[in-house]
Design a protein around this ligand. Structure first.
Ligand SMILES: [Fe+2]
Length: 139
């Protein structure tokens, strides 16, 4: 549920900013960065989301503590949020956007590997790479 709803807070952000086809200004990026907190606020009163709302809130935390909104570090980041962070990055890199084509999965995998231990949990990256290799072995 946390994965499916991780970006639900974007409904609280201006569509003009969310769907902007070009680079965001610093001010617009700061507004976008409010979506995990808004998502957690949306999930807070919904009973069946109580065990998932911190996956929504913390999916943009970085393993080195430089993410947002709480600047959680390492294993203080809920493991589900660590997993969403890697999966979301893979999806973002490989998806076509109004301003660029999606990149190959192998390129996304390399970018994720490059950020192992800084943006992403080393353990989650290792498992992601292992599963990716297993899937590609049968492709
Ligand atoms: Fe997000």
């Amino acid at each position: 549920m946390g994965c499916l709803l991780h970006d639900v807070g974007k409904i609280g952000i201006s569509e003009e900013i969310v769907r902007k086809p070009s680079s965001l200004t610093v001010e617009e990026y700061n507004i976008i960065k409010e979506h995990p907190g808004k998502g957690e606020q949306i999930a807070r009163p919904i009973g069946f989301l109580q065990n998932h709302r911190f996956l929504i809130r913390n999916h943009h935390e970085w393993y080195d503590g430089t993410g947002y909104p709480d600047r959680l570090k390492g294993e203080d980041i809920p493991v589900g949020a660590q997993i969403i962070g890697v999966a979301d990055a893979f999806d973002a890199i490989t998806s076509t956007r109004p301003y660029r084509f999606g990149l190959d999965p192998e390129v996304a995998l390399e970018r994720i590997r490059e950020n192992r231990g800084t943006q992403f949990s080393p353990q989650v990256v290792d498992v992601f790479v292992k599963i990716f290799d297993e899937i590609c072995a049968v492709c």
